[in-house]
Design a protein around this ligand. Structure first.
Ligand code: ADP
Length: 428
């Protein structure tokens, strides 16, 4: 789901649309399925929703776990709604047939093959689920996909939290209710508010009454006063440390610098699953590194990575971690050696580069710039992931500027490493 939301961000951003991502009644988060295919279906439906909705419109993505009669299977209902141009009834009947595209002057310019819906229907059928659509011209379209998914034996991990009190602030009541319900399940007391201004009053009142909150979870985009403004006001009014976590379905890199300046401690991406929430609380509220290590089954056999890292011990650990995924790992001791190795290899030889930032001879930024500027056909496309000890916003921006695709904080953790590599490999 994280991948899907992040893939959607560029289209949502380009069309300045509102993107609502909500969860309801989720009881199972660890599931076994053909995630690639499921993602293909959801991305197809979601990107159509964004594509056929004018700038400024709304796309919503709701994920609900519904009742299941089979103890080994969980049923999920994914609903994608848009406020777009809608689909004419005569076309709607045939939408799942191959090569159907509506002949419409309004969408002539939008490219596509007319195969997406037919393929999605096929995949959903094979997964034993259903896909339905309803639409009204000029009002919008709604796709509903219901699927059984195998419940995985994998444990979520053992999260233990002390007695905490948290306030959740989001203009979407469903998000508030869902998040406070998750908090209740892990024994954390919580309140919610749908507006930034009222949230500030509540935080200050609790503080003055001697019953302060232990953390604030703030939605990034809210109509009356957005998350960053709200964070800044809370920070200027309260001098005691109070962790503030920003949640967003949008690209947080855009607001990260401003948010950090306003006093935001950390970020969470919507949708907020139990695992997302627990990890964020451990990291930002309890100040611990996430104890949660996902036992990932990811297999990178057949992939070759170049690791550029000057510290011998760090290099050994990273090689070990990467090799545990089945990948072939080559390494270089500094940026210059890394850039030279990349230059000497045939195009497409490396599937991904992991680049330390601070290194002697040539640092990671310079090495990346050198690689990106070279004439090889994969010079601009090979994913380069930065690794830095201090994950400051400035470093992240610097890494992006140098042409790096993403960023990992050191010390490396296998679960995040695998997740990031997966994310990068899927994009390319
Ligand atoms: P394409 O590659 O053309 O997008 P799809 O099979 O995904 O192919 O979609 C087929 C057609 O269905 C689109 O060209 C469009 O006319 C219509 N369509 C799909 N989703 C929507 C939507 N959310 N709003 C309006 N029209 C849609």
């Amino acid at each position: 789901m994280d991948t899907i939301v992040s893939i959607m961000q560029s289209s949502i951003k380009a069309r300045r649309q509102q993107f609502d991502v909500r969860l309801r009644h989720i009881r199972h988060e660890q599931l076994c399925c053909d995630s690639l295919r499921l993602r293909q279906v959801l991305i197809n439906v979601l990107s159509n929703a964004s594509k056929f909705t004018p700038p400024g419109g709304t796309v919503s993505f709701d994920i609900e776990e519904t009742a299941s009669e089979n103890a080994a299977k969980a049923w999920f209902k994914f609903t994608v709604r848009d406020t777009g141009i809608g689909i004419k009834p005569e076309f709607l009947r045939d939408i799942f047939k191959p090569f159907t595209r509506e002949k419409d002057s309004r969408i002539d310019k939008t490219e596509g093959s007319g195969l997406g819906m037919a393929i999605s229907k096929k995949i959903v059928d094979l997964m034993g689920g259903t896909i339905e659509v309803s639409s009204e011209v000029g009002t919008g379209t709604e796709f509903t996909i219901s699927l059984p998914l195998q419940i995985s034996e994998l444990e979520l991990g053992n999260f233990k939290f002390p007695d905490l009190k948290i306030i959740v602030v989001d203009d979407d009541v469903i998000v508030c209710e869902h998040t406070t319900e998750l908090l209740r399940q892990i024994g954390i007391r919580s309140d919610w508010e749908t507006g930034g201004q009222r949230a500030v009053q509540k935080v200050l009142a609790a503080h003055q009454a001697g019953e302060p909150y232990d953390a604030v979870i703030l939605d990034c985009r809210m109509p009356d006063q957005d998350g960053v403004e709200t964070a800044a006001i809370i920070r200027s009014a309260i001098s005691e440390p109070l962790p503030i976590i920003l949640i967003s379905a949008y690209d947080s890199a855009d607001v990260e610098t401003k948010a950090r300046q306003a006093g935001v401690n950390g970020f969470m991406t919507k949708p907020v699953f139990m695992s997302t929430l627990c990890r964020a609380l451990q990291r930002y509220v309890l100040g611990q590194a996430a104890a949660y290590e996902q036992k990932s089954k990811t297999d990178f056999s057949g992939k070759r990575f170049l690791l550029v890292e000057d510290n011998v011990l760090n290099r050994e650990i990273a090689v070990e971690m990467l090799e545990s995924t089945g990948a072939v790992v080559e390494s270089a001791c500094d940026g210059a050696e890394g850039a030279a190795k990349f230059a000497a290899a045939p195009a497409g030889y490396y599937d991904l580069l992991l680049m330390d930032v601070q290194m002697p001879v040539m640092n990671g930024y310079e090495a990346t710039q050198k690689i990106r500027a070279s004439a090889k056909s994969d010079a601009r496309t090979v994913p380069i992931v930065a690794m830095t000890a201090d994950a400051f916003a400035e470093d992240i921006i610097e890494a992006k500027k140098a042409g790096m695709n993403s960023h990992l904080a050191k010390p490396l953790n296998l679960a995040t490493l695998v997740r990031e590599i997966n994310k990068q490999l899927q994009k390319h």
